[in-house]
Design a protein. Structure first.
Length: 169
């Protein structure tokens, strides 16, 4: 599915990163690969190493489903728990981890307790991390936006169903 960056033996455990991707529907061709490409480029810029065994994904999975109820999400969380030396998690956008304020708060608190910095690499042409109080603030705002977007998507699908037009625009 994705090609990891070449492993650089000069990189230490502190430079290890996990990567997580999610797509909502099977109609999003190439989206997992696009997310991986962005994460790999970011990892290279930040001198982070994403080994194959630290790459996780959920295909055809709603962001409304809590992270621990997804196969890839559950595997990500358990792997990070078993490998406390991994201190970085790369995702393209907050909504890849979830679209519920409550679930995202639980997820980010879990990562924070484990000393894991979450790197959001597609933030309007920029990136940011959860390191520090500003990262916490931005995550809370983006969590609310992700949940709002989910409600809008559900509303649009419901409206399209009533009108007989169901599908992507």
């Amino acid at each position: 599915m994705r090609t990891p960056p070449p492993s650089d033996s000069r990189l230490g455990a502190a430079n290890l990163a996990a990567f997580y991707a999610r797509v909502s529907t099977d109609q999003q061709d190439g989206s997992l690969e696009t997310q991986a490409a962005k994460a790999i480029e970011y990892a290279r810029l930040k001198s982070l190493d994403i080994p194959n065994d630290l790459q996780f994904a959920d295909e055809d999975t709603s962001g409304g489903l809590p992270l621990l109820e997804r196969d890839g999400g559950r595997l990500l969380v358990s792997t990070l728990r078993l490998h406390p030396h991994v201190k970085n998690l790369i995702v393209t956008k907050v909504d890849r981890l979830g679209r519920s304020v409550l679930d995202l708060e639980t997820t980010f608190q879990r990562f924070k307790q484990q000393g894991i910095i979450v790197h959001i690499v597609d933030f309007g042409g920029d990136s940011f991390t959860t390191a520090g109080f500003l990262g916490d603030l931005v995550i809370r705002i983006l969590s609310a936006v992700a949940e709002f977007e989910r409600m809008m998507i559900k509303s649009r699908i419901k409206d399209e169903g009533r009108s007989g037009k169901v599908g992507l625009p």
